[in-house]
Ligand binder design. Structure first.
Ligand code: SAM
Length: 274
């Protein structure tokens, strides 16, 4: 899969998702977790950073971010946003695909150099992070975990926001609309998604699968639901229509998210490098 397919989304991504009421509710929930796990002065590696909304927020908290994405246009948008926010000294935007991390997971053994081919430094990061489904574009999570294990310092936190298979909103909505194939797409091995002019496979790993793949190098700290009572982003118009209802549902979800774990449109997995 070539992540440059996402270039076409870069100009409209913020208007279509980031700045929507639903997008803001969801992202604030992620920021709460990031605020608990990362601290000023740390250096965090972000994967699939999109237009840099989180990188800028982290930088505003005093955290240095190496923000990577496979789409050069997304990376460019990140650099522009960091500059506009006056935090470009704390955000390094790099074009880098997840596949490159997967393939370079053992650079020490191959070339005995302390720096990977893509310029990331071994054991240099206090933590790593990926938001809103960037990781759903690959299914090589164990090699990714191994790659991250080389980059993150012992004790460093890893926060992954991933789309899982158990999304009652998606199932119920498409069932009601007679769209059985879409209702059950998350239970298939992978589901095709139209990205610009391309169609790419999307994988929906259950949280327990990801925990298992990361277990050789990372302790599991907790998992929480994101978007169990709130709908998926393509139903954001419902949130615009009934803002009070969904604000309450979001509050409820915030309090119960750890009980519902891997359920929801996304889940947030928090791990710690051994
Ligand atoms: C849904 S967006 C999420 C963006 C951002 N994390 C956010 O919170 O808004 C998915 C991002 O993953 C990136 N992406 C998809 N596949 C990728 C891959 N294989 N390697 C690196 N980035 C990838 C896309 O370019 C896009 O920016």
């Amino acid at each position: 899969m070539n992540p440059s397919a996402f270039d076409a989304f870069a100009p409209t991504y913020d208007a279509d998702f980031t700045h929507t009421r639903l997008g803001q509710l969801l992202r604030q929930r992620v920021w709460r977790v990031l605020g608990q796990q990362f601290h000023a002065g740390q250096h965090v590696l972000e994967l699939a950073c999109g237009t840099g909304e989180d990188a800028v927020w982290l930088a505003q908290q005093g955290i240095h971010v190496t923000a990577t994405d496979g789409s050069a246009e997304m990376v460019r948008a990140t650099a522009v946003k960091a500059k506009q926010a006056g935090v470009s000294d704390r955000v390094t935007a790099v074009t880098l695909s997840l596949q490159e991390i997967v393939e370079n997971r053992n650079p020490y053994a191959v070339n005995r150099k302390p720096i990977t081919d893509h310029g990331l430094r071994i054991a240099d990061y206090d933590g790593a992070f990926s938001n809103f489904g960037g990781l759903n574009t690959i299914n090589e999570w164990r090699p990714l975990a191994e790659g991250l294990a080389r980059l993150v310092k012992p004790g460093g936190k890893v926060v992954l926001v991933v789309m899982g298979p158990w999304c009652p909103w998606e199932f119920g909505w498409h069932l009601l609309h007679g769209e059985w194939g879409t209702a059950v797409r998350r239970f298939r091995a992978s589901a095709p998604a139209a990205i610009g002019n391309d169609t790419i496979p999307i994988w929906y790993p259950p949280a327990r699968r990801l925990r298992r793949e990361f277990a050789p190098w990372f302790h599991h700290l907790h998992t929480e639901s994101l978007g169990l009572w709130l709908p998926p982003s393509y139903l954001g118009h419902l949130v615009d229509r009934w803002p009070c209802l969904f604000t309450r549902l979001n509050q409820w979800e915030r309090h119960t998210a750890r009980l519902t774990g891997g359920w929801g449109d996304h889940y947030i997995l928090v791990l710690q490098k051994m």
